[in-house]
Design a protein around this ligand. Sequence first.
Ligand code: PEP
Ligand code: MG
Length: 582
Amino acid sequence: MTASASFTGIGASPGVSVGHAFVLDGRKVRYPKVKLRPEEVEPEILRLKTAIDLSDRQLQELKGKLAHDEVGADHALILEAHRMMLHDPMLLVETQRLVKNDAINAEWALRRVAKRLRHQFDNLDDEYFRERRSDVDFVADRVVRNLLGQAVDEEVQLPSDAVVVAHDISPADAAMLVKTGRVAAFVTDLGGQTSHTAIVARARETPAVLGCGRVSEQVRTGDLLAVDGTRGLVLVNPTDSQLALFRETMRRHLASEASALKTAELEARTLDGASLALWGNMEFPEEVPSLLAHGAQGIGLYRTEFLFLNRPDAPTEEEHYQSYKQVLTAMGNRPVTIRTLDLGGDKVPGKKQEREVNPAMGLRAIRYCLQHREMFRVQLRALLRASVHGNLRVMFPLISGLSELREARSELEHCRSELGRAGLPVGKRFPIGVMVETPSAAWIADRLAQEADFFSIGTNDLIQYSLAIDRQNRDVAYLYRPLHLAVLRALESIVTAAKGARIPVSMCGEMAGDPTFTLVLVALGFDSLSMTAGQLAPVKRIIRETNQADAKALLTEAMTFSTAEEIERFIRAEMEKRFGGD
Ligand code: PEP
Ligand code: MG
């Protein structure tokens, strides 16, 4: 048994669990290096092809096994992406070329190609796409295991309440493990918020602490582990008093989850009758069941650039369509707000880009789409086709002026007529909205409101650009203040513009899901707020215990202060008085 110890990592899926460690074999796959004689080259290429075919069949088989699983469709997409990687010319052709030209064995060649592919992902600034490096490894490791005749996809017998500990977990393993219903938590050395284990864990509401460094080397199967996926903390063989504290946190977490689920059906209406719709933010279709269970009345933000998961190339129209159809169908007639691709700048997967000096202010989001029309049209056609399946709303990110909105709209209309001419079914017209997340859009919100069907405020970017602080830069994170007077004034004027034009206004940035700001947002008069599943209940509780008139008076007073610190202090003190500091 390991002595008591603790590890901190990234709290990638919230919740608290206690269970016994089950350490997955984390030994790295070894890639032997052999120089070939000329007559060995052709048989080696055949050996490579056979291993790739076998890997392909295994992934297909796994997909089949997951097909009836509740969230299997999404895992199937991930496995399909791995299959595509297997057939990527870069992998296959390049590996063959190296075997031939350099007379080296398939494992060695594959290792060199994988390294190059990984390097392409390394060069991307965005954490999400950087995480895709591990997908290259999962695929290459599978092929090498097959080349070496090692066991792949072994069924493991998990004890119940197992805390799965591993160096890293492939999507295939993660999906198979959760399917057993015996996983209490995940703990890994690698990974982060956007790795597959995090996605699978969140969808299954299983606590996960990822990126813990060398936890898998230090924990033994059978060790008692206490995992706090909210704070990113893992205790190994905790003392009795630590365990008691942990169990208390766990009890509180379960109680608050239970009450959250109980309030799922309740309306978010203030004591004096102002009603707000609470919606969910999502990146993957697999998050829909959890959002619905937590009471999301719609989807306020679907970040579609996450469709580029695991792949160096762009998704096809059919792939876009299938994802949108899945979400729209699952949501029934509830509104589903799909944001067009927020790619570009540092987020262009698979392509070696000239690095922009200042990517946040560069060619991203709607600017990127308008310069890459064919890629944009692929998405627009899929959206138009999918619109027959539910209550679709589409919004454009990072609009900085009216011309962009007009151009994007006209592109959509062009696609609509094109589909019409091709005789493909397209739904009725759906609302087209603007994400207000640049200061220029905030300044001209009254004009934008004349031509947009709704607004959704992206505060993550609006704050970044308004206060001139890079949201990725830790050194200036202290300046990231949602209650800065400049932000409050911007929000006020955007909401006023929307009301003036009688269009609905929502907020989908992080600010919407933080209960500290709920009174302010109720006062401003938002029609809807969009957030992650776990944030819905706490925000709803505040709304239900608030008078909008009181919140308005509070905001008026808050805006008499001049610094963000003063406003925050004031709001926190008032929250404390009303809700005991929640
Ligand atoms: C935002 O900017 O607030 C937003 C919701 O978009 P993203 O975080 O994806 O940029
Ligand atoms: Mg944004």
